[in-house]
Design a protein around this ligand. Structure first.
Ligand SMILES: CC1=C(CCC(=O)O)c2cc3nc(cc4[nH]c(cc5[nH]c(cc1n2)c(C)c5CCC(=O)O)c(CCC(=O)O)c4C)C(CCC(=O)O)=C3C
Ligand SMILES: [Fe+2]
Length: 316
């Protein structure tokens, strides 16, 4: 029988639960400033284009948390430790603060926090951890964090498999591996993160390089996507500009691998599958993307392994 319960705070960006929730969600992202009707319509249109009436995005995260819980149970069966997962979202209910308060209510005193994003940035993971830290301190919860896991061997393995299987699909249609340009991509952030010494870009390049090596990718480069529309400069080049350049280089086959995202989100289903795909048609280019990890057992193993390792370090 388990006599020690350790809480696991599973954090992510959060996605609205329905089309009606988009306004409140967007207002939260904009730090309480409601979007203009035009901005709201534009975002709602993007969601509508991908969900077609149903709204499956929240389920992706719910399923990942359930998958991690199950993996952790497998690992701890018969031991005296039990892990209990709680969700904490940045911009939607249950918020990071709610997850921590639920743990405290359940009598949990020790916890590990992990984010459903492998790469650390002050502006992404860093801000999740800051909020978790502040709320935990208020409640006297002893919580430690996994900041990144961008080179975890099973993460590289499963992403390399996904790249490989799409390269094979290209080969089946008559292209050679050398003719396919693999574009590793991630969510852009404001350029100023670089002068802040942020590890985000370097970690993304390390993941890309490790996958390229393991999957024997002859031709690849890194590009950004989904930049915000604010006045300040965001990291580039953007995937759409990169595709224009590839056309000038006569590249006909492109495989995009959005390694900064771990499940099917707006950035994958809209920015890549609709927007980038439309451009590919215009450029007479064949564009594919790797499947998202979602509840991939190897990804669940990565998360469980990180949580167990951290808990052994801190909560012996
Ligand atoms: C680094 C990063 C990740 C990856 C790491 C991580 O996962 O943390 C990420 C993920 C996500 N971003 C998401 C959605 C949105 N992000 C926005 C806006 C912004 N993202 C930013 C950064 C990131 N975002 C930033 C700096 C902004 C500007 C405002 C702000 O400072 O926050 C906006 C506003 C409108 C727009 O600009 O499009 C939306 C709707 C969804 C859920 C989509 C769904 O529902 O499927 C997910 C997974
Ligand atoms: Fe975002």
């Amino acid at each position: 029988m388990a006599n020690k319960k350790i809480g696991v705070l599973v954090m992510s960006y959060g996605t609205p639960a329905s089309l009606d929730d988009v306004e409140a969600y967007y207002t939260h992202i904009r730090r309480g400033n409601p979007p203009s009707p035009e901005q709201l319509k534009e975002l709602k249109d993007r969601y509508e284009a991908i969900v077609g009436g149903v709204f499956p995005l929240r389920e992706n995260t719910d399923n990942q948390v359930a998958g991690l819980q199950q993996k952790l149970n497998e690992h701890t069966a018969g031991s005296d430790v039990e892990f209990v997962c709680y969700q904490g979202l940045k911009h939607a209910y249950p918020f990071i603060e709610d997850g921590i308060e639920d743990m405290v209510k359940d009598g949990i005193t020790e916890a590990v926090g992990i984010v459903l994003a492998p790469h650390y940035s002050i502006m992404s993971v860093g801000s999740y951890l800051k909020r978790a830290r502040e709320t935990s301190e208020k409640h006297g919860l002893n919580i430690s964090y996994i900041e990144s896991y961008h080179l975890h061997p099973q993460l590289i393995e499963t992403l390399a498999n996904r790249v490989n299987s799409k390269l094979e699909m290209f080969e089946e249609t008559g292209a050679t591996r050398e003719q396919v340009r693999v574009l590793f991509s991630a969510h852009s952030l404001p350029e100023r993160i670089l002068s802040m010494g942020d590890p985000y870009r370097d970690q993304l390049l390390e993941t890309s390089e490790a996958i390229a090596k393991r999957a024997n990718v002859p031709s690849w480069q890194f590009t950004w996507q989904s930049a915000g529309r604010t006045a300040e400069p965001w990291l580039g080049p953007d995937v759409l500009d990169t595709m224009q350049e590839l056309r000038d280089e006569q590249v006909k086959y492109v495989l995009v691998a959005p390694i900064g995202f771990v499940s099917d989100h707006l950035e994958v289903l809209y920015d890549l599958d609709i927007e980038a795909q439309e451009l590919a048609q215009e450029l007479d280019m064949r564009l594919m993307r790797i499947d998202s990890l979602n509840t991939d057992p190897l990804y669940m193993e990565v998360l469980a392994d990180e949580v167990i390792r951290k808990s052994k370090e801190v909560h012996v």
